[in-house]
Design a binder for this molecule. Structure first.
Ligand code: ZN
Length: 265
């Protein structure tokens, strides 16, 4: 009996941490339209506590979207400024420092009010610097919650699709835009292992089809089909075009193996 009680107690204690570490992404869209610059600043010391989200830097007025379907709430706090809370089915989100101080309508997208239902990808608010961010650069303070304490959204932000404005419907973002990368340089290394090709290009010039400046030189590791890398020799000049893909932060930063080579010449 005593052992059973101890086992039950163990289960109860284990349950919250199991909930806090989901296997599937809680969200798959990047909250700021067009992306943002950010670092892994979750947990950094801030004033009397720790930083409970990630600061996503983008110009004031940049639209932000609902990362999941849900219901929105609007609150004002002296530290948070305008705060939009998005309550989804199994997670909820805080969007902090929104809009312009003293102007409630600046903190919610047109047609929305406190309590509105929103769709995934719907524009809900705008980047600002309200509350204690008045002297900080314009940014969205973004929090992910399953329960009271926030958990780090960072790893999901890295993998989230960066959405673009939707010309046909300004109330919604579009994540259908795909981009390719063109890399010129020399082959540093090419090999096949376990049926998968790997290619490292010493890049001289990198450009992205969506016009984003990709400032990257030096070695870039790519995935590739085995037949594509079979004939490549180290030192050879090469231009690689990648397979079209939906942009993520990892892709914009050209992280190792973020892109797949589709054509070489
Ligand atoms: Zn912050």
């Amino acid at each position: 009996m005593r052992h059973l009680l101890i086992a039950l107690l163990g289960l109860l204690l284990a349950a919250p941490s199991a909930l806090a570490a989901p296997k599937s992404p809680p969200f798959t869209l990047f909250p700021v339209i067009g992306g943002a610059s950010y670092t892994n600043d979750y947990g950094d010391p801030r004033g009397s506590g720790v930083h409970e989200g990630n600061d996503l830097l983008a110009p004031c007025g940049t639209p932000v979207i609902a990362v999941v379907p849900g219901t929105i709430r609007l609150d004002w706090g002296s530290r948070s400024g305008w705060m939009v809370t998005l309550v989804g089915r199994s997670s909820w989100y805080r969007y902090i420092h929104m809009g312009v101080a003293g102007d409630r309508s600046s903190a919610l997208a047109k047609g929305l009010r406190d309590g509105s239902r929103v769709k995934e990808g719907q524009v809900i608010s705008y980047v600002g610097r309200t509350g204690d961010a008045q002297r900080a650069p314009c940014h969205l303070h973004f929090e992910l919650h399953y329960d009271r304490p926030a958990v780090s959204p960072y790893r999901w932000l890295r993998q989230a699709a960066i959405v673009q404005p939707n010309a046909d419907d300004p109330a919604m973002a579009t994540s259908s835009s795909q981009a390719t990368l063109r890399i010129s340089g020399t082959v540093q290394w090419a090999a096949t292992s376990g049926g998968e090709g790997r290619l490292v290009v010493r890049a001289r010039k990198v450009s992205c089809s969506n016009g984003d400046g990709v400032n990257r030189r030096g070695p870039i590791a790519l995935r590739a089909a085995p037949e594509l890398v079979a004939s490549l020799r180290p030192g050879a000049k090469i231009t690689v075009t990648t397979a079209p893909a939906t942009l993520t932060s990892e892709m914009l930063e050209v992280r190792p193996l973020a892109w797949t080579a589709a054509r070489v010449s």
